[in-house]
Design a protein around this ligand. Sequence first.
Ligand code: COA
Length: 260
Amino acid sequence: MSFNNILFEVKNKIGFVTINRTDKLNALNDATVTELKECFTAIKNDEGINVVIITGAGEKAFVAGADISELNKLDESTGKKFSENGQAVFNLIENLGKPVIAAVNGFALGGGCELALSCHIRFANEKAKFGQPEVNLGIIPGYGGTQRLTRLINSGRAAELILTGDLIDANEALRIGIVNKIFSSEELMSKATEFAEKISSKGQIAVRKALLAIVSCDELSESDGLNYEAKLFAEGCGSEDFKEGTTAFLEKRKPNFKNS
Ligand code: COA
């Protein structure tokens, strides 16, 4: 697959997606959002990819937001379509069925913060800055930020960020739970890759079922969520990987998962 605004490659069953509009700090224009949709649809259907890492090209930004030159032209009717279109792509990422790691290597603002929030795990470098500055443009986050940020860090903290438009640094993002870990700029991609490889080395039946259960948490009541967990647990018990994993433990050897 080749694109104009993103780079994509697969190494060792890890998919690497890089937003590549460095002259605009990787801002998400419509063409980039469309390419992200195509890319993640292909990743979803590719059994050769176990884990995805998404990052931004260049030294300065993960993604500095939706492209403001395009935002500027929206009205009430096109604004709704714009928001729904971006939400659909970020929903695709959240519901990919495979883990997606955001390697946040600079500004993650507006749509960039929302992109990171749609991923399952967020690593950042020490230069990363997070924020939902849409209020400064006279609008609100429209790619899921009001929902995902509020669920992730609680309504008081989400309100603080969304209502002021203030940016926070990586340490504050770590403190309030937006970020899982901070690495140096030099180490960010290698540590994210190491982490992805660790997940990729596990039985993918278990990884994917666990992810389904985790992602469902936002949608389901606790009792429905527990029922769903029991269903997925039972399905796992019917897999070859489960027999291999438990037998390997009892035979004191490493499991050889076949993902079946
Ligand atoms: N949309 C479109 N273009 C953007 C952009 C965005 N979200 N963010 C940055 N750019 C462009 C700038 O217009 C500039 O382009 P130019 O060189 O053609 O003028 C280029 O990227 C570099 O940005 P610049 O503002 O010069 O860099 P900086 O280091 O001075 O500031 C930011 C960095 C991130 C603080 C600043 O670019 C910014 O505030 N961006 C908008 C953030 C935002 O509001 N995002 C939410 C949108 S919903």
